[in-house]
Write a protein of this length. Structure first.
Length: 342
């Protein structure tokens, strides 16, 4: 029964989201077997979110195909826990988000949860806003950029600079899951909105829906005002993403702050407003591994990462947060098989 339900459900998901991977079917990687490189064990930590757990199983699956004894291990969802596991040698690899990882390593609180909650539930792992409201207000200063705002490359370089000794950042994936302001297509057409610079002049006419932490984030009200002179009519906080999206579709708010890998964006044809001044903290998927990870394993991981884009994160999120959710292992298997679960 489970297999029949899985097949039918994933066929429906294929119609909604398209084939997994940037080229339709994820390409197999070059096997380590026969290459003269010992295929030793590789333990992959599940990481901080449902998305990273799926990614862990994706990497494990490809590594096993390449001849490695790869397994996914639970080391806790707190960054301190799985980074410590990497340093102890209890894990060899983990996937994380570049901005949150950098902020953690520099002693700052991470930016909330990057995985939307299942329908009707509050967001898992939501991090309370710090009392001083300064979550990432000095991100550029931490990176030594002065007045210039940090972009993806700046943050990835920063991660490499501050990782604990013995760890290394592998090649990042094209996939990202950062906060963005989205509007309905009707609102975008009405106000001629393509990016947040367009939003500034009409911002006082709009209400912006957010999660409960947005007001305390430096990229929130303070950041939007400083970067884009956007001071909305009001900010409206919601504790549930479904309620926030319903309010946006019902025009009770005219814009909303969502993660870019939220299935709600695709499902409702929402328009993501570009952030040319990098107000929001970049969040690229970046694997972190032990420096002693075999070169052949690193090659496999890098090749897999190159195939994972934001649409893939949307698919993984959709599957693991559905009303009848798939396990991270099932979602990974679906992606690895190119959407074919037969």
């Amino acid at each position: 029964m489970r297999r029949r339900r899985t097949t039918a459900g994933l066929l429906a998901l294929t119609v909604l989201t398209g084939c997994a991977g940037t080229s339709g079917v994820p390409a197999p990687v070059s096997p380590a077997a026969g290459s003269g490189v010992p295929a030793g064990p590789v333990r992959i930590a599940a990481g901080p979110t449902g998305q990273t757990a799926v990614l862990a199983h994706v990497y494990a699956g490809r590594l096993r195909e390449a001849g490695f004894d790869a397994t996914v291990v639970e080391t806790g969802t707190e960054r301190a826990d799985y980074l410590a596991a990497l340093e102890r040698g209890d894990a060899d690899l983990v996937a994380d988000y570049s901005g949150n990882l950098y902020l953690h390593l520099r002693g700052r609180a991470p930016v909330g949860s990057a995985t939307p909650a299942p329908t009707g539930a509050a967001g898992p792992g939501r991090t309370p806003a710090p009392e001083d409201g300064g979550l990432a207000e000095d991100l550029s200063e931490l990176l030594g950029l002065g007045e210039e705002r940090a972009d993806d490359d700046d943050v990835l370089s920063g991660v490499r600079d501050v990782l604990p000794k013995g760890l290394r950042a592998l090649e990042p994936a094209p996939a990202e899951n950062t906060v963005a302001v989205v509007v309905t297509r009707a609102t975008a057409v009405e106000h001629e909105l393509e990016d947040l610079e367009d939003l500034g002049p009409v911002c006082d006419e709009l209400a912006i829906g957010t999660d409960l932490d947005f007001a305390g984030r430096s990229y929130g009200p303070e950041g939007l005002e400083d970067a884009y002179e956007c001071v909305p009519e009001r900010f409206v906080p919601f504790g549930d993403q479904e309620e926030l999206v319903d309010a946006l579709l019902g025009d009770r708010v005219q814009a909303a702050a969502l993660f870019t890998a939220s299935p709600a964006i695709e499902d409702n044809a929402l328009v993501v407003l570009a952030d040319p001044l990098n107000n929001f903290v970049p969040q690229r998927v970046v694997p972190v591994g032990d420096e002693e990870l075999p070169a052949a394993a690193v090659e496999v991981v890098d090749e897999v990462s190159a195939q994972i884009d934001t649409d893939d994160l949307v698919l993984m999120t959709r599957m693991t947060t559905a009303r009848d959710p798939y396990t991270p292992e099932e979602a990974a298997r679906y992606w690895l098989e190119g959407g074919d679960d037969t």
